[in-house]
Design a protein around this ligand. Structure first.
Ligand code: FAD
Length: 468
């Protein structure tokens, strides 16, 4: 039986990054993945394929709606080839997952394909596709089994017309009317993909705002812009039934007044969140304790109640984000190597890859108000930037929140072109505990979208933005 310093169950961004870091630190490392490709949700049915479709659909929308504004005329009809678009997405996924195989090889990590389950706290059974089981011994194990899409108890997902994000990434036709249940990140990103491709899209949300959890001003602006893009929103609606009749999907919901509202479409995307996935792990055999919502319970070192077993990523508490899982993968590897790593969860950015993109780090205005922290706020509209006018991406703003007394940046909230990339400036500033004035005094290249960060910082410093 092979003996490993560390075995990792699950090869998503948490698991594969943990494996690389463990190997870099000299540990004999094994990674176990039940699917035939590595990379987990993120690379196979999450971050990467959704971004590939967002990019393709964005090009299509530009071609049919915006090329003309730029003086580009295309003779004849512009046609969508959905099959090709989906095939390209799959190609991007395949190249990316192969890249992880390469990295495992390069770092001399043993990859086992099969379902991993605990035999006891130091032995893991790996059940292969051919029915055979192999057992390995591991001094330490990292559980990185991720999450699966959630649903509502009364919804029967048929995976054809009543679908989750996984199916929405490989539809064979553009829906006529897609009803999206859930106005969170995944529902909005995929809703926007199909809206651009020609579907009517209705987002039905239980809360009174979309992207709940992000700063209220971002929710408002994103909804305003997506309404301009002709996406319909039904907020404060509690969905109570979803039924399929032939090719029709009927969604019934109660509105705020308690009236029953019926929505009819041909596809329903259920995007009500995700839940931790531990099925088949046989955690009981190792004695690992769970906490609420099916998550694995861990302490501040991401260690479970069993000292040699750790857990990271979507399967534990916290934001369900690939980069959070990655940080935790590195963290546990370094803990195992006897180092003293640190993660500042306040500085894990959140991003929505709609267009305009939405990105944030640190505290929202709502959180600062609730905590009774006195703050200053400076905002700058994207439309005032030369760069935005040049590209035609004039929606959105950057808002910087800073401590009223010390001027330390407490939160950065952005909506606009390329803010998914721009948010790194906010993360860097906050990591080094910059003040708004520090950012305001840094030279930002002109013309760039990043100038909005400087201007918002100027606005937060002493209301002295230059270009409004
Ligand atoms: P996962 O990526 O879920 O990987 C877990 C792996 O464990 C899987 O491969 C699974 O097969 C394997 N596994 C489970 N049980 C076993 C077992 N018993 N034996 C062997 N293997 C097992 N996050 C972002 O940060 N940015 C984005 O843009 C983004 N977009 C997303 C879009 C969509 C449509 C979805 C669904 C998610 C998106 N996410 C995004 C979230 C992101 O995918 C997750 O946060 C991330 O994948 C979590 O990583 P993980 O390593 O914890 O788990």
């Amino acid at each position: 039986m092979s003996l490993y310093d560390v075995a990792i169950i699950g090869s998503g961004p948490g698991g594969y990054v943990a494996a690389i870091r463990c190997a870099q630190l000299g540990m004999k490392t094994a990674i176990i993945e039940k699917y035939s490709t590595l990379g987990g949700t993120c690379l196979n049915v999450g971050c990467i394929p959704s971004k590939a479709l967002l990019d393709s659909s964005h090009h299509y929308e530009d071609a049919i709606k915006h090329f003309e504004d730029h003086g580009i005329e295309i003779p004849g009809e512009i046609k969508l080839n959905l099959e090709k678009m989906i095939a390209r997405k799959q190609n991007v996924v395949d190249m990316t997952t192969k890249g992880i195989e390469f990295l495992m090889n390069k770092n001399k990590i043993d990859v086992f394909q099969g379902v991993g389950s605990f035999k006891d706290a130091t032995h893991i059974n790996i059940k292969k596709n051919d029915g055979k089981t192999e057992t390995i011994e591991a001094k330490n194990t990292i559980i990185a089994t991720g999450s699966k899409p959630s649903s509502l108890p009364f919804i029967k997902l048929d995976k054809e017309r009543i679908i989750t994000s996984t199916e929405a990434l490989k539809l064979k036709e553009v829906p006529k009317h897609m009803i999206v249940i859930g106005g969170g990140v995944i529902g909005l990103e995929l809703g926007q993909v199909y809206k651009r491709l020609g579907a009517e899209v209705t987002v039905v949300e239980f809360m009174d705002r979309i992207i709940p959890g992000m700063d209220g001003a971002l929710s408002k602006e994103l909804m305003k812009v997506m309404k301009k893009q002709k996406v319909s929103f039904e907020l404060s609606h509690k969905v109570k039934s979803v039924e399929r009749k032939g090719n029709e999907v009927i969604v019934k919901a109660d509105n705020k007044k308690g009236e029953e509202i019926t929505f009819k479409g041909d596809y329903c995307l259920v995007a009500v969140g995700r839940h931790a996935y531990t099925e088949g792990l046989n955690l009981e055999a190792a004695g690992v304790k769970m906490e609420e919502r099916g998550r694995v319970a861990v302490n501040a070192h991401l260690q479970t109640n069993i000292p040699n077993i750790y857990a990271i990523g979507d399967v534990i508490k916290g934001a369900m984000l690939a980069h959070k899982a990655e940080e935790e993968g590195t963290f546990v590897a370094e803990v195992l190597a006897g180092q003293k790593p640190h993660i500042d969860y306040n500085l894990i950015p959140g991003v929505v890859y709609t267009w305009p993109e939405v990105a944030a780090v640190g505290k929202t205005e709502e959180e600062l108000t609730a905590a009774g922290i006195a703050y200053k706020s400076g905002s700058f509209p994207m439309r005032a930037l030369g760069r935005s006018r040049a590209s035609g991406d004039i929606d959105g703003f950057v808002k910087i929140l800073a401590d009223k007394k010390t001027d330390e940046v407490l939160g950065v909230h952005m909506i606009g072109a390329r803010v998914a990339d721009l948010i790194s400036e906010g993360v860097t500033a906050m990591e080094f505990r910059a003040s708004a004035e520090d950012i305001a005094r840094m030279s930002h290249a002109h013309p760039t979208y990043a100038e909005a960060v400087k201007e918002a910082a100027l606005a937060a410093t002493a209301d002295r933005a230059l270009h409004v």
